[in-house]
Design a protein around this ligand. Structure first.
Ligand code: SF4
Ligand code: SF4
Length: 252
């Protein structure tokens, strides 16, 4: 029995060159579009479900698996792989990705991983990159020289990264860092607010919740879905307990 070697992950400096190219002419084309733990961000879901012409609830029901990991504050949304012998992505076909223009961030970025770290100088955020070298991927031998920044730009990741970065203050909110554990209602609200934006718009329109500065129906109508998602990301923590600088939580 052969044992699968571990993924090889190496750090990449900003501007560092590496060779990679992917396309229909590589021998492994679409081989990676299967058996994936592909986490979807709220922005991924918004792009995908609009591309497919689906409302959020239908998209989540058809294409998502929602899992609550023990050590995570909030549930995660994964793209459901098909229950076939290859465990394929529901969007792959012989010609490639059928949702290519709106494919998720993880598919675009591969084989580059991007993260943010806080610098000691003025607490500024700095991008960090890694390169994932998996044995089955022939793209490293297919030619094409690039850098992490050029790869991100070529793959259209700018808006995806912008929305992921907007999620950071929420996911690294002081009360989460202080160990707050949201209850099941608060976990459901997280999913409902961020992954069902059409419902969120309806709730704001119905006056069930108020966005700061968006009290009138007219101003709400002016927000497109992408602006509304940013507003939802800002709004959600206002429903959480207040944190205190001494680390104690005010219960709501
Ligand atoms: S969404 Fe597209 S690129 Fe991503 S795994 Fe599925 S078929 Fe492949
Ligand atoms: S080159 Fe890598 S990313 Fe491209 S299809 Fe092959 S395995 Fe997937």
């Amino acid at each position: 029995m052969s044992v699968k070697p571990p993924e090889k992950v190496q750090s990449l400096n900003p501007g560092e060159k590496f060779n990679f190219r992917c396309g229909p002419d590589v021998s492994c084309f679409t081989e990676c579009c299967r058996a994936l733990d592909l986490a979807l961000t709220p922005y991924d879901v918004l792009r995908l479900r609009k591309s497919l012409g689906l409302d959020s609830a239908t998209f989540l029901q058809r294409y998502a698996v929602i899992e609550q990991q023990q050590d995570e504050a909030f549930p995660q949304v994964f793209l459901a792989m098909l229950d076939d012998d290859r465990n394929r992505c529901p969007f792959v076909c012989a010609d490639g990705c059928t949702v290519y223009q709106d494919r998720p961030a993880a598919c675009r970025a591969y084989p580059v991983g991007r993260g943010l770290r806080m610098t000691t100088c003025r607490n500024r955020l700095q991008e960090i990159f890694v390169l994932v070298r998996e044995d089955h991927c022939q793209g490293f031998a297919a030619g094409g020289e690039t850098t992490p920044e050029d790869w991100m730009a070529d793959q259209g990741l700018e808006p995806y990264n912008r929305f992921s970065d907007a999620m950071l203050p929420l996911l690294r909110h002081p009360i989460i860092l202080q160990g707050w554990e949201p209850n099941p209602d608060q976990q459901r609200e997280y999913l409902h607010t961020l992954y069902q934006l059409d419902d969120f718009r309806s709730r704001v329109e119905a006056g069930e919740l108020a966005l700061p500065g968006q009290e009138t129906a007219g101003s709400l109508a002016e927000l497109d879905d992408y602006q509304l998602l940013l507003a939802a990301i800002d709004w959600l923590p206002t429903t959480w307990p207040e944190h205190k600088s001494d680390g104690r939580l005010n219960k709501v």
